[in-house]
Write a protein that binds this ligand. Structure first.
Ligand code: C2E
Ligand code: CA
Ligand code: CA
Ligand code: CA
Length: 278
C-alpha cells in the first residue's frame, strides 16, 4: 500500500481508495503466492445418495497469506479472472489435483473423481492438451478427473466450445455444469453439450423445505435433467430436511456441510471409508 507513497502521507478518504489499494495488494501478492507456494487445496466430498459413499471430491483453493491468514477464493479469484492470472492459478490447481490423485493412487485408493473448477477464461482450445499433460506428468488415468464449468461458457462460441468439450470427454474426463439454474441455459439447449452432471446452485437449495419456489425449482430441474439423462448433484446441503426432500425427488448426489466441510487431503482420506447413509 505504501510503496508508491514514499515519504508522503497517504490518507484514504473514501472506501473506493481502500478498495483499490486492497485489490492491488492482492493482485501483486497472488503472483508471489504462486512462486512461494502459498496456495493450497481443500477437498469436499460428493456423496452418492443411493450408496452413501463418496464418489468424488471437489478441489477448492485457499490462499495461506503470510500476514492476512487464510484468504477465501471469493476474494481473490474474481481479481485473478480480471487480471488474467487465473490461467496460472487454474493450471496450478489442475497440476496439484493430479499430484494428489497420484498420492492417493499410490496409497492403494480406488480412483474417484477430483473435480476442478475451471474459469470461463481458461476454457480455451489448448485445455485438452494441458489436461493430457497434467495426467501424463503424474501418470494417472483420466478417471481421476472431472471439470466443473459454468453456464457462461456455453453462451460463447458454441461450436468451438462443443468441440473442446468433446475432446475433453474423449480423454475420459467428465464434465459438470456448476451453479446450474443461475444462468440462462435451457435444458434443451444443454443437450448439445457432452455434460454428464448438473450441479444445482446452492441458492435453490437454501430455502428447502419451507420455500415453495425453491422446492419447485429444485424438483423441476431434477426431474427434467433425469429425463434428459443427466446426473444431478445438489450443492450447499446443510440439513436433513434438505437431504430428505432431495432424496424424495430423485437427486443422485449431495455435497454440503451436512456431510463435510472442505477438508485437507489427509482428513479426506479418513472420510473415504465412512458410510454416509442416513
Ligand atoms: P463453487 O464452485 O460454487 O464452490 C462451492 C462453494 O460452496 C465452496 O466455497 C464451498 O466451500 C461452499 N460450500 C460447500 N458446502 C456448503 C454448504 O453446505 N453451505 C454453504 N454455505 N457453503 C458451502 P469456496 O471454497 O469458498 O469457493 C467459492 C468459489 O470460489 C467457488 O464456488 C468457485 O467459484 C471458486 N473457486 C474455488 N476454488 C477454485 C479454483 O480452484 N479455481 C477456480 N477457478 N475457482 C475456484
Ligand atoms: Ca464448483
Ligand atoms: Ca457451485
Ligand atoms: Ca454456487
Amino acid at each position: 500500500i505504501d510503496s508508491n507513497a514514499s515519504g508522503s502521507y497517504v490518507f484514504y478518504d473514501n472506501e473506493m481508495d481502500q478498495h483499490i489499494a486492497g485489490r492491488l495488494y492482492l493482485e501483486s501478492g497472488m503472483l508471489r503466492a504462486l512462486h512461494l507456494n502459498e496456495f493450497f487445496l481443500l477437498y469436499q466430498p460428493k456423496i452418492e445418495i443411493a450408496s452413501g459413499r463418496i464418489i468424488a471430491a471437489e478441489a477448492l483453493i485457499r490462499w495461506a497469506h503470510p500476514t492476512k491468514g487464510t484468504i477465501s477464493p471469493l476474494e481473490f479469484i474474481p481479481i485473478a479472472e480480471e487480471t488474467g492470472l487465473i490461467l496460472q492459478i487454474d493450471s496450478w490447481v489442475l497440476d496439484t489435483a493430479c499430484a494428489q490423485a497420484r498420492l492417493w493412487q499410490d496409497a492403494g485408493i480406488t480412483p474417484f473423481r477430483i473435480a476442478v473448477n475451471v474459469s470461463a477464461r481458461e476454457f480455451s482450445a489448448d485445455l485438452p492438451d494441458r489436461i493430457t499433460q497434467a495426467l501424463q506428468a503424474h501418470e494417472i488415468s483420466a478417471a481421476w478427473l472431472e471439470l466443473e464449468i459454468t453456464e457462461s461458457m456455453l453462451m460463447r462460441n458454441t461450436e468451438s466450445v462443443i468441440k473442446i468439450m468433446g475432446q475433453i470427454t474423449a480423454l475420459g474426463v467428465s464434465l459438470s455444469l456448476d451453479d446450474f439454474g443461475t444462468g440462462y441455459s435451457s435444458l434443451s439447449y444443454l443437450k448439445r453439450f457432452p455434460i454428464e452432471t448438473l450441479k444445482i446452485d446452492r441458492s435453490f437449495i437454501r430455502g428447502i423445505p419451507e420455500d415453495q419456489d425453491d422446492c419447485a425449482i429444485a424438483g423441476a430441474i431434477i426431474s427434467m435433467a433425469k429425463q434428459l439423462k443427466h446426473k444431478v448433484i445438489a450443492e450447499g446441503v446443510e440439513n436433513h430436511q434438505q437431504l430428505n426432500f432431495l432424496k424424495k425427488v430423485g437427486c443422485d448426489e449431495i455435497q454440503g456441510y451436512l456431510f463435510s466441510h472442505p477438508v485437507d487431503a489427509d482428513e479426506f482420506k479418513q472420510l473415504l471409508s465412512r458410510d454416509f447413509r442416513v
